[in-house]
Ligand binder design. Structure first.
Ligand code: 2M8
Length: 450
């Protein structure tokens, strides 16, 4: 049987490393890596951050390029768009494409590039963390190329946007304004908020995703109709956060935990480029207090998202609520409680193939349908990293072994049915391969502890 336990140098590790590298080479377009040639043929924001974390072990230079290509599409208001469109991909290959988002015109006042076509929403801010870890993979090469001095102002502007225009609740956390923004698109956590949205007419758009994936593994048409409505409203208000009547506005634990981890990374970057790290550290500490104050539920022992339209916490238990494990300096009592939740019936560590995206015991759980239950590799990587930082080495080791075994067995699937471990979505998915490379590099996330 293939085992990857506690080692980085065995035949199974070598063969997995080779095939993971091939996936990334195959999905490289010359300036960035697509998540998948067929289903996602453009550059995605948080995908690229995860991809860079794997690429840094193959070519630190290419990892830098990946991030810089993304950053070159940043808008004047600081936002990093969630998709950067590749102009050589035919219209209609992905929906919603450039014709829908119309960034150059609708986003002009917000500072969208007139030349690079992008979407107008964002994704979780893993970028500063990725940039710092990419730098750390080969500091000499990074210094030679002036990588950190180039990316620092852009990353700082990105965080200013999230902490400013996106603090819709005024409580020190960033909000997401579309279910695509937290990256866990059709999580049951968004069901109640989405039910308030008038769907766009069914005939008004054509989905491209169903040409590549099974309908049972993807969001429904009704989900899409609501996604389209929300994005249209935002676009028609010039992607202006103050002017848009946000009907979907949520403080998500994972999005904010990644912002905090990235803010600490930005402090490290600031120090390395001779800038003042103090404001970054203070912002990270204040955001940690806000995260705990606004989203931590000590009874359920998980972080819950908050719906800013109703003001209420969202009751569902999502993997998003475990990801604050990655927050440096998280109180140990909270870290331990999260580790217990991970081992409990809702997330079943050791009893399922990989951490599920949603509560295994909930009636809404669906082990096949996208973010409504299946196990995903990026969230598993984050939970692994958080466990290692919290000193939960046994659980972190188990998760690493599960990750590598599942990535190997599933041919780098996009996601898995948690109980069977069967591949769902598409195969040869970039972040699965990239994060496998990262875990192969070290037995436990050695750079996770601060
Ligand atoms: C999925 O989201 C896109 C929209 O952004 C889609 O369904 O078409 C999500 O899994 C998201 O987290 C991911 O970044 C993206 C590309 O892999 O696909």
């Amino acid at each position: 049987m293939t085992t990857f336990a506690e080692t980085t140098a065995t035949a199974p590790c070598d063969s997995l490393r080779r095939s993971a590298t091939q996936v990334l080479l195959g999905n490289w377009t010359g300036a960035a890596t697509v998540p998948s040639r067929a289903l996602y043929p453009h550059q995605w924001s948080w995908d690229s951050a995860f991809i860079a974390l794997g690429l840094r072990h193959v070519s630190p230079r290419r990892a830098q390029r990946e991030l810089e290509t993304l950053l070159s599409a940043q808008w004047g208001d600081g936002r990093i768009p969630h998709i950067v469109f590749n102009p050589s991909v035919p219209d209609g290959a992905y929906f919603p494409g450039p014709d829908f988002w119309r960034s150059a015109t609708a986003g002009r006042a917000a500072g969208a590039s007139p030349f690079i076509q992008t979407s107008g929403i964002v994704q979780p801010p893993v970028h500063a963390l990725a940039a710092w870890l990419v730098h750390a993979a080969d500091p000499a090469e990074s210094r030679r190329r002036g990588f950190l001095p180039r990316v620092y102002p852009r990353l700082a502007a990105w965080h200013r946007y999230l902490g400013g225009a996106r603090d819709l609740g005024g409580g020190g956390l960033a909000s997401v304004v579309h279910p695509w923004e937290p990256g866990l698109d059709n999580s049951p956590c968004w069901d109640a908020a989405l039910a308030r949205i008038e769907p766009a007419p069914m005939g008004s758009f054509v989905r491209a995703d169903l040409r590549h994936g099974s309908a049972a593994d993807r969001p429904t048409d009704l989900d899409y109709a609501r996604y389209v409505r929300l994005a249209t409203t935002y676009r028609d208000h010039g992607y202006d956060d103050a002017r848009t009547p946000h009907a979907f506005a949520i403080e998500d634990p994972s999005f904010n935990a990644l912002l905090i981890a990235s803010e600490y990374a930005l402090a490290d970057i600031a120090e390395a480029v001779g800038a003042d790290a103090g404001p970054h550290r203070r912002r990270a500490e204040a955001a940690t207090a806000a995260l705990i104050g606004r989203l931590w539920d000590p009874v359920d022992a998980i972080f819950h998202a908050r719906d800013l339209v109703t003001g209420a916490a969202i009751a569902g238990h999502s993997v998003s609520g475990l990801i604050p494990l990655v927050v440096p300096g998280l109180p140990a009592t909270i870290g331990k409680a999260l580790a217990r939740t991970l081992h409990g019936p809702r997330f079943g560590l050791g009893r399922v193939h990989l951490v599920p995206s949603y509560d295994l015991t909930a009636p809404e759980f669906d082990g096949n349908r996208y973010w409504r239950g299946p196990s995903w590799f990026n969230t598993a990587w984050l939970v692994h990293r958080g466990l290692a930082a919290q000193g939960e080495e046994e659980a972190a080791g188990l998760l690493r072994e599960q990750f590598l075994t599942s990535a190997h067995r599933s041919e780098f699937a996009e996601y898995l049915e948690p109980y069977t471990g069967d591949a769902r979505g598409i195969l040869r998915f970039s972040w699965t391969a990239a994060l496998a490379l990262d875990l192969l590099h070290a037995p436990v996330a050695q750079d996770a502890a601060r």
